[in-house]
Design a protein around this ligand. Structure first.
Ligand code: GLP
Length: 247
């Protein structure tokens, strides 16, 4: 695994954008896997800047997001579809019809999950998947205990994730308790993975994922089984690492 330790989240965003841009320029109809949360925002700001500067074209890019809350319509201000529009898609020359976010309002969520996997397969799989890590080690909404071979499915969120997410909702009762999430098996099929992390609250999860055993207790530890992962970690999230990464 490649582990790049950087000074601040702006540098994290620039390094990640440079990695992704380099891959995108080599392959038209690039299939980019995207994540939500505060972690990828510096990356999205840099991708917008590159696009506006005429240095990166999204006109033929296809995207798939990792997850969406069950029960939130795309227009809800906390839905991940809206997050993606507001923070990335509305500011770049992407064809919105080529951007995919799981449908949290699907009448038949199980059938939707199967169809989502089929759509990814139909375009030849994900070329590069962007990830963040939850403070409990989750990736997308694959909470501890998720099978490392799991596929896109409806999942229940843990108390700790509901609590982490409650800051975005007016009342605790409003925080969704279920989501549609790509599985760990789905994520591991991406050609490349770029994992981002910043903040002291992620240090424990980062250390366990990178240096601990591969275990369902830390879903992000499954990335140890993938040979094309770049971790871009801000120093404040790297304080618990013991190995000599990136030196
Ligand atoms: C949510 C998302 C994850 C994300 C995590 C961390 O749970 N489903 O994909 O990695 O939040 O969020 P943040 O980046 O805000 O710390």
């Amino acid at each position: 695994m490649q582990v790049i330790i950087v000074g601040d989240k702006e540098e994290m965003g620039r390094r990640a954008a440079a990695l992704i841009a380099e891959q995108m320029r080599r392959k038209p109809h690039f299939v980019l896997g995207l994540a939500t949360g505060s972690t990828p925002l510096p990356l999205y700001q840099e991708l917008v800047r590159l696009n506006k500067a005429g240095e990166l074209d999204f006109s033929t890019t296809i995207t798939f997001n990792l997850d969406e809350y069950v029960g939130l319509p795309p227009t809800h201000d906390q839905s991940y579809r809206r997050f993606m529009n507001v923070n990335l898609f509305d500011h770049i020359n992407i064809n919105k019809a080529a951007t995919h976010v799981p449908d949290g309002m699907a009448a038949d969520p199980e059938a939707f999950c199967e169809a989502y996997e089929a759509m990814i397969d139909d375009v030849g799989g994900i070329d590069c998947q962007v990830l963040g890590i939850g403070s409990n080690g989750h990736i997308a909404f694959n909470e501890p205990g998720s099978s490392l071979a799991s596929r896109t499915r409806v999942v229940g969120l843990t108390e700790s994730t509901i609590k982490d997410n409650s800051r975005f909702f007016a009342r605790m009762e409003d925080v969704p308790t279920r989501a549609i999430s790509m599985g760990i098996g789905t994520i591991l099929e991406a050609e490349r993975i770029v994992m981002l992390a910043y903040g002291a609250n992620k240090a424990e999860a980062v250390a366990k994922a990178l240096e601990g055993p591969v275990t369902v207790s830390v879903p992000a530890s499954a990335l140890q089984m993938h040979d094309q992962v770049a971790w871009i970690v801000v120093a404040d999230a790297a304080t618990k690492l013991r190995l000599e990464w990136g030196r």
